[in-house]
Design a binder for this molecule. Structure first.
Ligand code: G3H
Ligand code: 13P
Ligand code: ZN
Length: 328
């Protein structure tokens, strides 16, 4: 059944678990997520980005999610719009039937230019007013995603700040977070702690100076009732990285957010964990390997099945690690 994010995350807070929020662009991702959720008895958050809307179109994404709800009616599903850059975009998703939207006012309508605090409060507050009237939940963002090593937003196209960010923008301030939540009424708050979108998050396995899990604790202590959201939370699996490169890929050395650090965050108020890159890497690795091992094969279903199986493995592992399993 379709449920709001607020309802799902309130349950997660009560029982102390986190919910991975997977980006979806196609049927194979959707099936991998749902099959994994079904086998682990987990609630599901699936989210559509601007890039996904460009790739598949909003109607296809919407019906993909509705089809999942039809096939697995016993699994609670939140249909979330990822990184909306304006109230108008959020309004459109609400009209389409999304049960949750993200108004990312940390960046301007171009999705690139860091904004002022006042702008962020104003656009987020407007979306909350509109969404709550429709029973739709809202995620806001305070602080800019980006690397504490380089000050860069990351390698994802279309999502993330352009130019170099300074240290204060890269770490959400707990006092400001309290003021932001009070003024906007958001259901969930995305925070900046040194993670960034895409595969190239850290040049070395992250330590506390570049992945600020302690900052989560400080924010949670200040606003314990607010559900926190970690973006850029792919773990960049080293085994899939090796497979990609073994079968013709050329990805550079890179590290993501270790699952155990996310689990630590979940102990301190993190309830939604955004993951896209890990599914991209596992599906690409599986397809590269399948085609190399089966050079005569030309039925796309064969390699898409391999990709689905690989993504499903990641999804199940996250549902289990985050404590989502058993809570559908
Ligand atoms: O927000 C970041 C996600 O990884 C979505 O990326 O816009 O390329 O679909 P995308
Ligand atoms: P990753 O690139 O780490 O998977 O993050 C995805 C994300 O934050 C989507 O909003
Ligand atoms: Zn994000």
């Amino acid at each position: 059944a379709l449920i709001s994010m607020r309802q799902m995350l309130d349950h997660a807070a009560e029982y102390g678990y986190g919910v991975p929020a997977y980006n979806v662009n196609n049927m194979e991702q959707m099936r991998a997520i749902m099959e994994a959720a079904d086998e682990t008895d987990s609630p599901v958050i699936v989210q559509a980005s601007a890039g996904a809307r460009k790739y598949a179109g909003a109607p296809f994404l919407r019906h993909l999610i509705l089809a999942a709800i039809e096939e697995w009616p016993h699994i609670p599903v939140c249909m979330h719009q990822d990184h909306g850059t304006s109230p108008a975009i959020c309004q459109r998703s609400i009209q389409l039937g999304f049960s949750s939207v993200m108004m990312d006012g940390s960046l301007g309508v171009d999705g690139k230019t860091p904004t002022t605090y006042e702008y962020n409060v104003e656009v987020t507050r407007r979306v909350v007013e509109l969404a709550h009237d429709c029973g739709v939940s809202v995620e806001g963002e305070l602080g800019c995603l980006g690397s504490l090593e380089t000050g860069q937003a990351g390698e994802e196209d279309g999502v993330g700040a352009e130019g170099t960010l300074d240290h204060s923008q890269l770490l959400t301030d707990p006092e400001e977070a309290a003021d932001f939540v009070k003024k906007t009424g958001v259901d969930a708050l995305a925070i900046a702690i040194g993670t960034s979108h895409g595969a190239y998050k850290f040049t070395r396995p992250p330590t506390g100076d570049i992945l600020a899990i302690n900052r989560i604790k400080e924010i949670h202590a200040r606003i314990p009732a607010t559900h926190l959201v970690m973006h850029g939370s792919s773990s960049v699996p080293q085994d899939w990285l090796a497979i990609i490169n073994q079968y013709g890929g050329a990805m550079g050395e890179t590290y993501g957010v270790p699952v155990e650090e996310i689990v630590e965050g979940i102990k301190h108020g993190v309830r939604k964990v955004n993951i896209d890159t890990d599914l991209r890497m596992s599906s690409t690795g599986a397809i590269r390997k399948f085609l190399a091992d089966n050079p005569k094969e030309f039925d796309p279903r064969k390699y898409f099945i391999a990709a689905t199986k690989a993504m499903k493995g990641i999804c199940k592992a996250r549902y289990e690690a985050f404590g989502t399993a058993g809570n559908a």
